[in-house]
Design a protein around this ligand. Structure first.
Ligand code: MTE
Ligand code: MO
Length: 378
């Protein structure tokens, strides 16, 4: 069994598949902390979890430039000693987060994530930019349309490693905060989250944050992998699996603005406090790669009137890689109510009202208003 050597996991995680292991954080727990504790952070694997033995000396990272003369081979110690450490607080979200809400419109293919395929952590590592500058990559617009490819140690049955790429311009951007991370929340990365090294690409979808990193390559072309070419893309709602031409859509990198209600949950009965319904949730400022969110709106009457939620965590207008929690205490006079939430970013981008018109066969980027029904005890 290739899955015989999997790590222990926290029992509170909601398991979506066991082999490979995929599990999410219950949303009610997600909203408890600005920084998601590592042991309850969602896990998304495509294959069995690699087990790297650093003492055995056979782990190193191969870094290759555009011509053969450019190449570096570094082990983890070298990487840590040569480059200045850099920390970023950034949320990680799967492209398929909230897919189950889209699936209700019409079935889609993919893991049935609720709202917990996301988390927020402090990542520490070295800047990819610094490594690439050492490799001889120039800081110029000549290579603006190039890419950086990443390979993981995990492989599909044909021995193709999990691999994807990001635009080189993101990697080279001094404000892009792309790092090769060896720590998560102040501790050595765990196996489930990519020990010993993973890529952290703030503001970019989870699929690009390659775990168990072994190879980095600068290239004029994107990764040719399945995950870059034939997955993690969105299409017209009428496109169907049999006929779609994957090459017509770009790979998802940045993700659009989204928000969710974490507490109460859909279908729950809740008790009013001083006649008020207490709502708590999360919103992300990801459109435009790190753009801040300026407002979270709540409606209790299907969009006729709107309330403004209070933001709990600090918000920047730029390089806002972390989510912000919000809360709202709203008066209600009915026994059952539908609650809607949407967020607005600093460019006034907001979420679409429903999942219908953004429906896509893969169920990615399900960023419609989050709508839940709650019953109230007066
Ligand atoms: N990296 C490797 N090597 N293998 C993978 O299966 N899954 C990706 C990404 N990096 C994956 C990977 C996807 S789709 C997501 S959403 C994130 O890792 C999940 O990261 P996490 O498990 O640390 O939450
Ligand atoms: Mo993902």
């Amino acid at each position: 069994d290739p899955y015989a050597n999997e790590p222990q996991r926290h029992p509170v995680l909601t398991i979506r598949t066991k082999k490979p292991f995929n599990a999410e954080t219950p949303a009610s727990l997600l909203v408890e902390n600005f920084i998601t504790p590592t042991e309850i952070f969602y896990i998304r694997h495509h294959f069995p979890v690699p087990d790297v033995d650093l003492s055995s000396d056979d782990y190193s990272i191969e870094i290759v430039g555009i011509d053969e003369k450019q190449s570096l081979n570094l082990n983890l110690d070298q990487l840590k000693t040569v480059y200045t450490p850099h920390s970023v607080t950034a949320s990680l979200q799967c492209s398929g987060n909230r897919r189950s809400e889209m699936n209700r419109v019409k079935p889609v293919k993919g893991l049935e994530w609720a709202q917990g395929a996301m988390g927020n952590a402090v990542w520490k590592g070295v800047r990819l930019r610094d490594v690439l500058l050492d490799l001889g990559v120039k800081d110029s617009d000549e290579n603006d349309n190039w890419h950086v490819r990443f390979d993981g140690l995990d492989m599909d049955p044909t021995s193709a490693p999990y691999a994807v790429s990001i635009p080189l311009s993101k990697a080279m951007d001094p404000r892009g905060d792309v790092i090769l991370a060896y720590e998560m929340n102040g501790e050595t990365l765990t196996r489930d989250h990519g020990f010993p090294l993973r890529v952290v690409v703030p503001g970019t979808t989870g699929a690009r944050w390659v775990k168990w990193l072994t190879r980095i390559e600068v290239s004029k072309n994107e990764s040719e992998s399945h995950w870059q070419q034939n997955d993690y893309k969105s299409f017209n709602p009428s496109a169907d699996w049999a006929k779609v031409d994957w090459s017509t859509a770009p790979a998802i990198q940045e993700m659009p603005v989204t928000s969710v209600i974490c507490d109460p949950q859909d279908g729950e009965t809740t008790t009013l406090q001083d006649g008020k319904l207490q709502l708590r949730g999360l919103r992300y400022a990801w459109s435009g790669g790190g753009r801040g969110i300026v407002r979270v709106d709540i409606s209790l009457d299907l969009g006729k009137t709107w309330h403004v939620a209070e933001l709990i965590d600090p918000v920047g207008l730029n390089r806002q890689w972390a989510w912000t929690r919000w809360r709202a205490d709203l008066p209600v006079a009915v026994k059952e109510t539908e609650v809607w939430v949407r967020a607005v970013d600093s460019a006034y981008n907001t979420q679409p009202e429903g999942m219908e018109h953004i429906w896509n066969m893969r169920g990615v980027m399900a960023v419609g208003y989050h709508k839940i029904k709650v019953s109230v005890n007066a």
